[in-house]
Design a protein around this ligand. Structure first.
Ligand SMILES: [Mg+2]
Length: 401
């Protein structure tokens, strides 16, 4: 099973995706997602210029050795560009191994630990009433866990608020700047969740994403204020470059904490996990070194009663979504999976075996990951530069987005 060819495919069926396709001398191929939202071409270049030439001729069966070769062998370790590139190679190799052995990837990972994977959807609105209506729509579609975000009065644009239920956070063309006001945000969020609990009762799981906007003590105050409404989690309450800042939040609130969608290695969350400063680790297949490395993070987390809750917005291609579902189905300490359905064009470019029903997903039983790429259709959607927005405080100071 020697790797005979490797190619990077960049396309934009509604948003940009970077896909690695590995082909073996015996005619099999495997796919890996390498999409890094807003910095897509950096990973495409890293793969094409530096990784692909070193892949040709390698034995595709040696997944762990190839992972270590690209991690230790680069000398320059970690970082989102490097780890997304390694993730793409790793994911494609798991896909290849599954196809070679004619089994779905989750069977190679120890088999299913559950019947299906619970996912949560994104409900949002320009007002509390709109958000209540959006949560109702998600519940009607079968979701049992729903993230709720509400526009902040007086702020022109709030993160996570879509014009429709199917929104795309990255914007094509000019970079968008939004304004952030912490006081107004902290005033409205507890009101929103008080209404949501009153309207929908105790059974629906409610989640909220703070998107790294608060200081640790502000996050502690919000977590404490939300305790009566029993959130499933409060996500990204504060930036986590300093993992120790979560100690302060933890001292003040029993609201469960989730963080990690921007992490790219186990070293970004080691302290958070070992000291049980969080409840859910949100690292993803594509940004945290692939299935192989994510399993190591999950194993460390399992020792410390931390569960997985992987990032799953539309910046994951269907290749990563499939890989995530094989991982989710197999690890014992799975918690929940984020899910934003892709556009129709994306689903046409990436036909897939995974399914959604009643708030649950399953990767399917096709050999490998169960996802393909229609290359002739992909070329009809060329790359378009797009950025996530940025945020400034009302006085113009740059803030976390
Ligand atoms: Mg998030």
């Amino acid at each position: 099973m020697k790797i005979a060819n490797a190619r990077v495919i960049v396309c934009s069926p509604g948003r940009n995706f970077v896909t690695l396709k590995l082909e073996t001398a015996d005619g099999l191929y495997g796919l890996g997602d390498a999409t890094l939202n807003g910095r897509e071409l950096a990973v495409a270049s890293y793969l094409t210029e530096h990784v692909v030439p070193l892949l040709i001729g390698r034995d595709a069966r040696r997944i762990e050795d190839i992972w270590q070769f690209f991690y230790k062998g680069a000398y320059w370790r970690r970082g989102p560009v490097t780890m997304s590139a390694i993730a793409a190679v790793d994911t494609a190799l798991w896909d290849l191994k599954g196809k070679a052995l004619n089994v779905p990837v989750y069977q190679l990972l120890g088999g299913a630990s559950r019947e299906a994977v619970r996912v949560y959807g994104h409900a949002s609105g320009e007002s509390i009433e709109d958000t209540l209506a959006a949560v109702g729509r998600y519940r009607d579609r079968g979701y049992t866990a729903i993230r709720a975000q509400c526009a902040v009065p007086g702020m022109a644009k709030t993160y996570g608020i879509g014009r429709t239920d199917a929104y795309e956070p990255a914007e094509r063309g000019a970079l968008v700047e939004s304004v952030w006001d912490t006081s107004r945000y902290l005033a409205i969020v507890p009101v929103l969740f008080e209404r949501l609990r009153r309207e929908f009762g105790p059974d629906v799981q409610l989640l909220h994403d703070v998107h790294h906007r608060l200081t640790p003590i502000e996050a502690a105050r919000l977590g404490h204020a939300l305790e009566p409404y029993h959130l499933f989690w409060m996500e990204d309450p504060t930036p986590a470059e300093n993992q120790e800042s979560f100690r302060l939040i933890r001292q003040h609130t029993s609201t469960p904490l989730a963080v990690g969608e921007v992490f790219n290695s186990i070293h970004d969350c080691r302290l958070l996990i070992q000291e049980q400063l969080i409840d859910y680790i949100r690292t993803t297949v594509v940004h945290a070194g692939g299935i192989s490395h994510l399993r190591k993070i999950a194993s460390l987390a399992e020792l410390h009663s931390v569960r997985t809750g992987s990032h799953g917005a539309t910046d994951l291609s269907p290749v990563c979504m499939a890989a995530a579902l094989h991982f989710d189905l197999s690890v014992h300490n799975f918690g929940i999976q984020e899910y934003m359905p892709h556009s129709t064009d994306t689903d046409r470019v990436f036909p897939h075996a995974y399914t959604f029903a009643e708030g649950m997903m399953h990767p399917g039983d096709a050999p490998g990951l169960g996802v393909d790429i229609d290359e002739s259709l992909a070329v009809t959607f060329p790359y378009e530069r797009a950025y996530l927005p940025v945020a400034r405080l009302t006085d113009g100071t740059m803030h976390d987005w």
